[in-house]
Write a protein that binds this ligand. Structure first.
Ligand code: FAD
Length: 648
């Protein structure tokens, strides 16, 4: 379709977003590269893409009247728009009024070539060809051609498999006009090499931002597992598949020719890991995005008993995390206590209480489903130190518990009577949560729920103002209960803290799940690490006292927040890295070998990193196996089996 007279942009409604060369990825969108000029100064942006949750946004056209002036080479505008109720602020940067577009041709696996192309007849020309070989058999080519009277060309050829890497970079600019392109404003002609440690949301959103805002930076992502996506694959509840849609965005990033995934490579002090110091010498910038992999402990007697298990490990187990596949958890018990009232606590409670047939359509591994089908769990109680007004779970998770088939809430009305007094003064999300909690605790259920509750075989409940003192065991070391101190609240309203009293109570149970939060660890003694918070110390993503070192995601913020907040963290870090390159705060004048040096080190230890195509092979295998079983995927749960499927 064509819009406007004299406007020379072809928009493709309902077609792949790659076709227009600059889609909206995430809540923050790049507009560079699709700005257009018409004689009248009318500018159209066509937006389609995915939001932060990975949902495809509706096609949107924004029409702006932009006063054309060649004397204003850089114009930054902000515009607000709504996609599916998500208020999004977009920073729109016009660096010049020349037209450009992309023809992208690339090989995404060793044997096939995918071609995305857009051609815009224009009076100006911008052309880029980047050729990069990441291994002996694959070549990715990225090229743009627009017939025009002005020319800008940039050719970068890179071989990363040769022991002596060659970078050939030719820039020729013959633009006899006011046209500018941001690369021409950068002093450095060298390719900045950025390394990212960890392939969860923080790693991918940081990579996305860097690749978007810097025209030539190469990003290499090191991941200790052979598979990418961190907690999106191994943390997010299997019955919440829609949350995992952000993987589509991450895969787009991974397909960028300037991005390399190096899986099965751990960074750290262990013998089989790459030391941080080696990465620092090989890269201009190192971004630590390795999350919070440990769980906090209760430090109470009985915590090491066999059926006292961390919720983190239970989550890993039902999500097929290789290190948790053999988790020793006895589900032949009727009553479970979960210590903690956050969303992870609710996730594990829900999975334990959901009828196994409903879980068969999720990606829970078959071996786990078999164990869950033999589960005798009937009651799950979530214990919290403070009151219902402090519960950390969110409304979606609460609603799911209320509506769980075959299960009913068992709530003590006394806990909820005071809520209706404080609800009016609360901010909206909290207000809605507590309204639902009070309604569930105090009012009779609606007829539909009441009918389903009459036949329910399982129950869940919430216990407030309780702190665990010890886990009680039988003489055979089996868990028989947990002793809890009864707390009172002290402090001003809204900022109360729990103070234990001398009064205690015992809650019978056969399994205790600890769900009191995750914790990060340090991977190198040189890192300024806060042991209390389990985070790396930084100012605005820049690691304190370490030039060229950055953090993003949970290892910087602590294990709080969701993928959306991790996205914000990733984007801020990516911006900080590029800003430092642009402003000379990060020295990129010296050549750095990047992954070639690290690959040599790995080769010396007989290790070859897993690449993204190999992950795609495993992904395809898992999806195919899953389709056979009527589920999204059947995960491969051992590292050796993964490598075998990948023909690694
Ligand atoms: P991670 O996702 O943990 O990624 C870190 C990556 O680094 C991992 O791949 C890890 O293997 C790798 N790594 C670790 N150490 C090393 C090393 N030494 N060398 C190389 N690589 C390393 N958010 C939502 O929005 N919706 C949800 O439904 C949701 N459910 C959740 C359920 C659970 C159980 C948990 C724990 C979190 C959930 N979250 C959810 C939050 C979300 O998962 C986090 O916000 C997000 O994953 C944090 O991203 P990250 O990249 O910082 O860490």
């Amino acid at each position: 379709m064509r819009y406007g007279s004299g406007l020379v942009w072809e928009a493709h409604w309902g077609r792949q977003r790659q076709d227009i060369g600059a889609a909206v990825y995430g809540a923050w969108a790049t507009m560079e590269g699709i700005y257009l000029r018409s004689g009248s100064g009318l500018v159209l942006w066509h937006l389609s893409g995915v939001d932060s949750g990975g949902n495809k946004t509706d096609n949107t056209v924004i029409i702006m009247l932009v006063p054309y002036s060649s004397k204003v080479p850089s114009l930054t505008r902000n515009l607000m728009f709504r996609t599916r109720g998500l208020l999004t602020m977009m920073s729109v940067k016009r660096t010049s009024l020349s037209t450009n577009t992309n023809t992208t041709q690339r090989s995404t696996n060793t044997t096939s070539t995918n071609t995305y192309s857009t051609t815009i007849p224009s009076t100006n020309t911008y052309s880029t060809t980047t050729q990069r070989s990441t291994n002996t058999t694959s070549t990715n080519t990225y090229s743009t051609t627009i017939p025009s009277t002005n020319t800008y060309t940039n050719t970068t050829q890179r071989s990363t498999n040769a022991s002596n890497t060659t970078y050939i970079s030719t820039n020729s600019s013959t633009i006899p006009s006011t046209n500018t392109y941001s690369t021409t404003q950068r002093k450095a002609t060298k390719v900045p090499h950025v390394c990212i440690i960890g392939s969860g949301p923080a790693g991918f959103y940081t990579a996305q931002q860097i690749l978007k805002s810097h025209p030539s930076a190469c990003v290499d992502m090191y991941e200790r597992l052979p598979v990418p996506f961190g907690l999106v694959r191994y943390g997010v509840a299997p019955d919440h598949p829609e949350v995992k849609n952000c993987i589509n965005t991450f895969t787009q990033t991974a397909r960028n020719p300037r991005f390399t995934f190096l899986g099965n490579v751990s960074v750290g002090p262990d013998n089989d890991s790459i030391p941080l110091a080696q990465l620092r010498s090989a890269y201009h910038a190192v971004v630590m995005c390795y999350g919070s992999s440990r769980d906090r402990t209760l430090n109470i007697p009985g915590e090491c008993l066999p059926n006292v298990v961390s919720a983190r490990r239970l989550v890993g187990w039902y999500n097929g995390l290789p290190e948790d596949t053999d988790l020793d958890v006895d589900l032949g018990v009727e009553s479970v206590v979960v210590v903690g009232q956050g969303n992870v606590a609710v996730d594990v409670a829900r999975i334990l209480l959901t009828p196994v047939d409903a879980l068969r359509k999720t990606d829970i591994p078959e071996a786990v489903l078999n164990r869950l089908s033999e589960s005798r769990v009937r009651r799950v109680t979530l214990v919290g130190r403070r009151g219902p007004q402090h519960a950390a779970f969110t409304i979606k998770e609460l609603r799911e518990m209320i509506n769980l088939p075959g299960c009913k809430p068992h709530l003590n009305p006394h806990h909820y009577t005071h809520l209706r007094d404080i609800i009016p003064d609360l901010p909206r999300p909290r207000k809605r949560l507590l309204e639902l909690l009070a309604k569930t605790g105090l009012d009779p259920p609606n007829p539909k729920l009441a009918a389903s509750y009459t036949t329910a075989q399982r129950t869940w409940s919430l216990s407030f103002l309780r702190s665990p003192i010890q886990v009680l065991a039988s003489e055979h070391q089996g868990v028989i209960g947990i002793e809890l101190a009864i707390n009172r609240l002290e402090g001003e309203q809204g900022r109360e803290r729990a103070v234990t009293s001398t009064e205690t109570e015992v809650m019978e149970c056969g399994l205790v799940l600890r769900s009191i939060g995750y914790q990060g660890v340090s991977i190198d003694p040189s890192i300024p690490f806060n042991d209390n918070t389990g985070t790396i110390q930084h100012i605005d993503s820049r690691v304190m006292g370490m030039e060229g070192m950055y953090v993003s995601g949970w290892i910087g913020t602590g294990p709080v927040g969701v993928i959306l907040s991790t996205m914000t963290s990733g984007f801020s870090t990516g911006k900080a890295v590029v800003a430092d390159m642009d402003r000379g705060r990060l020295d990129i004048s010296e050549d750095k070998p990047g992954q070639d040096y690290i690959r040599d080190l790995l080769a010396q230890n007989g290790v070859r990193a897993v690449n993204f195509n190999e992950w795609s092979t495993l992904n395809h295998h898992e999806e195919t196996e899953g389709a056979r079983l009527g589920k999204p995927r059947e995960k491969v749960t051992s590292i050796s089996a993964m490598l075998k499927v990948m023909n690694h």
